[in-house]
Design a protein around this ligand. Structure first.
Ligand code: ASP
Ligand code: MG
Length: 572
């Protein structure tokens, strides 16, 4: 036996009921079905409204007519001919009873309408169907009697393939008709499952299972594939509307897993609620909220599935709210969940902030770096990446992964062959000809970062070709460190050149090395050779200091600056 329950939006109109019929038909081909349904959406609210109107008043008639016409519309679309007339008469009979019913029983009619129509439709589809009267079988707060009633009723009908029972409604021990409370159809389904020792309990609704938050409030919410009875109960108790909290108990006691599925996406596996072993490390399951409109506050509950460090969790919660500019009115933990109170007006924002903090950790992706050159710059760069890797990961979500090569020989060509698009080739060599590989790398979708001035002081056509290759392939060619040490200035210069401004002049100390050596030469009694050697030892010069001293380095910087400013100069 399997128990399937469909909520109000799943049976809201003829189109949706047809989906339900499809799902139930498929299930019935595998095993017998007990089908429990809610009233069509909005019906229970209307009935409660109806009960507050005056008997015989025009207002009551209008409400009755509109409820009747919604059901008539469904009947018109689902049935034809004699069958339509038969079911119409049946539903009319129920409406007549409703009009005469005591006010406190009116609310129980919604499920009678919906299940009468659905049972009839399944019969027309060729299934041996039996409608069960939950008002007689389900006795409020008496599970022994209830289970006995249900199992006996089913045992009497071995031929029946599909039992159809109204959810929500039941009777008091003394026989008075009543309900299991708003949203109580889930509980009816759980009771039927326990009574029939069902091997499957499916609750079909309009969202894909229990989600990490209410998707109508938190768009990033996602389905929780598996959750323990306890965590599901916590979520339901503290505001998750997808499951009526009391419905967990009967299924849990009978050891039946509750599957929450989406009528509008039947292939989606949804959520399985079952007995799960307590995890070694607790995980966050979801965030729910209940509003206290009178106090103007919202109580947010962050649910976990185990033992948490309450103090740390509260601190993290308050911190993320603070960052979002939201004031925490109160925060506490019971060792499993975190409870936060915020003003009602900011509840939506708070739920999103907490969800972002606890449920939207973007998985780290790795980024390959191919570094050519292990001189002073290369070594410093590798050190820097190693020490700041964590911070980089935190800020960008990317783990930098340095790919080592035993030598720089032919490295660019090898990278071109093996490297995935989007990785970064770093040229910290002083090679004269590695630039010839740049364009090919860029065309393969590999980004380039270079501190190699020679690679940029190439003939202008080559320089332009590299830039074009980068742009056309959506990758970058960056060489900010070739000029101005660590100061970012190339970007400002090219931005200036690309705007309507005219660049008149650039003033700069273009060679720190020359500046340093020449200053020391005038200020100290040391010999020129001593000063150069000292600068060399401090790592201030190129490996061959003559390149600095000849002014070649300074000239190349000027060339890079000029080109950046839009002047197509050549090194010569
Ligand atoms: N129709 C009832 C209600 O709206 C029961 C249910 O849908 O579960 O509360
Ligand atoms: Mg409902």
């Amino acid at each position: 036996m399997q128990v399937l329950k469909f909520g109000g939006s799943s049976v809201a109109n003829a189109t949706n009921i047809s989906r339900v019929i499809d799902i139930v038909s498929k299930a019935a081909r595998m095993d017998r079905v007990a089908l429990v349904c809610s009233a069509i959406s909005g019906c229970t609210d209307s009935l409660l409204g109806l009960a507050r109107t005056e008997r015989g008043s025009a207002e009551r008639q209008v409400m009755l007519d509109s409820l009747k016409s919604r059901h008539d519309d469904i009947i018109r679309r689902l049935f034809t001919g004699a069958e339509r007339e038969q079911i119409s008469a049946k539903v009319q009979g129920l409406f007549d009873k409703l009009a005469a019913a005591p006010e406190d029983e009116m609310v129980t009619y919604g499920e009678l309408f919906s299940t009468t129509i659905i049972a009839e439709k399944l019969r027309c589809e060729g299934f041996r169907t039996k409608w069960l009267d939950s008002r007689i079988l389900v006795i409020k707060n008496n599970s022994t009697l209830t289970y006995n009633n249900i199992s006996t009723a089913v045992a009497l009908e071995p031929e029946v393939e599909i039992f159809v029972a109204p959810g929500f409604i039941c009777s008091e021990y003394e026989g008075k008709v009543t309900t299991l409370g708003r949203g109580g159809s889930d509980l009816s389904a759980s009771i039927f499952a326990a009574a029939l020792k069902a091997n499957r309990l499916e609750i079909w609704t309009d969202v894909p299972g229990i989600m990490t938050a209410n998707p109508k409030v938190v768009p990033a919410a996602r389905t929780i594939p598996e959750i323990s009875y306890q965590a599901a109960l916590d979520m339901a108790t503290h505001g998750a509307k997808v499951l009526y909290a009391p419905s967990v108990q009967p299924a849990m006691e009978a050891g039946i897993a509750i599957r929450i599925l989406n009528t509008f996406e039947p292939e989606n596996p949804g959520t399985v609620v079952s007995l799960l072993p307590e995890p070694e490390v607790a995980e966050w399951m979801g965030v729910t909220s209940t509003d206290d409109t009178l106090a103007g506050e919202s109580l947010i509950c962050l649910v976990s599935n185990g033992n948490i460090n309450g103090e740390a969790a509260c601190a993290r919660t308050e911190d993320c709210l603070k960052k979002a500019g939201i004031k925490t009115l109160a925060c506490s933990s019971d060792g499993t969940n975190v409870y936060v109170t915020v003003r009602l007006a900011v509840a939506r924002e708070a739920l999103n902030a907490i969800h972002r903090e606890f449920f939207e950790v973007v998985p780290l992706s790795s980024l390959n770096l191919y570094i050519a050159g292990r001189g002073a710059v290369g070594t410093a760069l590798v050190d820097l990446i190693r020490t700041s890797g964590e911070r980089i990961a935190e800020r960008t979500g990317k783990v930098l992964h340095i790919e080592e090569f035993s030598s720089d020989h032919g490295i660019a060509a090898r990278v071109r062959k093996i490297s995935p698009r989007g990785s970064i080739f770093v040229d910290v060599t002083d090679s004269e000809d590695i630039w010839r590989e740049y364009e090919g790398l860029l065309r393969e979708g590999i980004n380039i970062v270079s501190s190699n001035r020679r690679a940029l002081a190439v003939p202008f056509v080559e320089y332009a070709a590299m830039k074009a290759a980068a742009q056309e392939n959506g990758v970058f060619l960056r060489y900010e460190t070739t000029v101005g040490s660590a100061l970012p200035m190339l970007e400002s210069i090219s931005a200036g050149a690309n705007s309507s401004d005219e660049l008149i002049s650039i003033e700069a100390v273009v060679s720190c090395t020359l500046n340093r050596i020449l200053s020391e030469y005038t200020l100290t009694p040391c010999t020129f050779a001593q000063i150069v050697r000292k600068a060399q030892n401090e790592g201030l010069t190129e490996s061959d200091p003559r390149i600095d001293l000849s002014g070649r380095e300074a000239l190349r910087k000027l060339l890079i600056l000029a080109r950046e400013a839009g002047v197509p100069l050549e090194e010569e």
